[in-house]
Design a protein around this ligand. Structure first.
Ligand code: SD4
Length: 343
């Protein structure tokens, strides 16, 4: 079988190109995958939806209670799902203690905080920014790209320039704490993505408003200490997020490279279109990654999906992932089932 050893392959390339001085990935990429259960999905297990629609509703990756609360407040007042998504995602982008989203995000290996975000509307609209620096609210810039330009995705300097033209302020996003952590990291320069960063990570959010229309958003500073110019799944349509107002939506967190390679969120929405419940669709999305990647023990991916009835599902490779939900006026946290069944 072809070797898919992610870390070894990467290490080799980095070394060869002299990108990584004094790097050490000892211990990574050597894990041998234990025997795993079959990754085939048993179609007999496919459950049909209950048919009961409970909206409005908002779900988000991780314990982002403040974000789902902010989104719920918009929905509760009869606001649109797109407004709820923007309001919710902005809460995490502004939280300096969240080192994986927006202001306060961990930098790349050169010390630059680069942000990726996207938003999708009920009409199939999509707007995104990737590798954008110095602007604290990429979700709002992504919305502007969707609403104010003939394009869907702006990158780097162009995204920043557009944001400034739209009235966003340039600011330094590297906090003292993030700078210190980066300086410490530089001593070994060991690129080792952490599974479940303190149960706080990228925020992916899906919301349905009182009219039954769904929107979604996803915003991140990406993998800490990534290579300069690296873009993950979060802002890429079909990977970090996908919305189809006739079916539902899905969003992702975790190792973006793996989500990109399997176009995870699009896959999940298409499976729901074919009759899978959100839970079954998320499970299949994770199993696709596991099936093609013997190194799955070393990285995390978590999915959350929502169908038009307001039914949710979530699934991940490793335990520790979960989702925040606001529905029928109640905030809840749901611990996700995990492929490795540790959680
Ligand atoms: C990325 N999926 O850039 C994002 C980051 C993330 O756990 O979710 N990290 O790959």
């Amino acid at each position: 079988a072809q070797s898919r050893d992610y870390y070894s392959k990467w290490y080799y390339k980095m070394k060869r190109r002299n990108f990584l001085k004094n790097a050490s990935l000892t211990g990574l990429g050597l894990a041998v995958a234990p025997a795993i259960a079959s990754c085939e999905t048993d179609d007999k297990k496919v459950k049909k939806s209950t048919g009961k629609t409970v909206v409005p509703v908002v779900v988000a990756t991780w314990r982002f209670h403040n974000a789902t609360k902010a989104a719920w407040e918009v929905l509760e007042k009869g606001g649109t799902s797109i407004d709820a998504i923007e309001a919710g995602c902005r809460v995490e982008e502004a939280d300096l203690k969240n080192t994986t989203v927006g202001n306060g995000g961990a930098p790349d290996r050169d010390g630059n905080v680069t942000l990726d975000a996207c938003i999708m509307s009920k009409d199939g609209g999509y707007g995104a920014v990737v590798c954008m620096e110095n602007i604290a609210h990429p979700i709002s810039v992504a919305r502007k790209v969707m609403e104010e330009t003939p394009h869907v995705l702006l990158a780097g300097k162009g995204a920043e320039q557009f944001a400034v033209e739209q009235g966003f302020k340039r600011e330094n996003l590297l906090t003292e704490a993030s700078k210190k952590a980066w300086e410490k990291w530089k001593v070994k320069s060991e690129y080792k993505p952490i599974i479940n960063i303190e149960n706080h990570d990228t925020i992916g959010m899906l919301a349905i408003d009182k009219n039954g229309d769904i929107s979604g958003g996803c915003t991140t500073s990406g993998m800490a200490y990534k290579m300069s110019g690296r873009v993950g799944d979060s802002a890429v349509i079909g990977s970090g997020l996908f919305i189809d107002n006739t079916v539902g939506g899905a969003t992702a967190t975790g190792m973006g490279e793996e989500v990109l390679k399997t176009v995870g969120s699009f896959l999940i929405v298409e499976l729901m279109r074919q009759g899978r419940t959100p839970q079954e669709a998320c499970e299949e999305g994770v199993k696709r990654i596991v099936a093609s990647n013997p190194n799955y023990q070393n990285f995390q991916v978590g999915y959350v999906a929502l169908n038009k009835q307001g039914e949710y599902g979530c699934y991940c490779i490793h335990g520790g992932f979960g989702i925040s939900k606001f529905q029928e006026g109640k905030q809840t946290y749901i611990d996700s089932k995990a492929y490795t069944k540790k959680g």
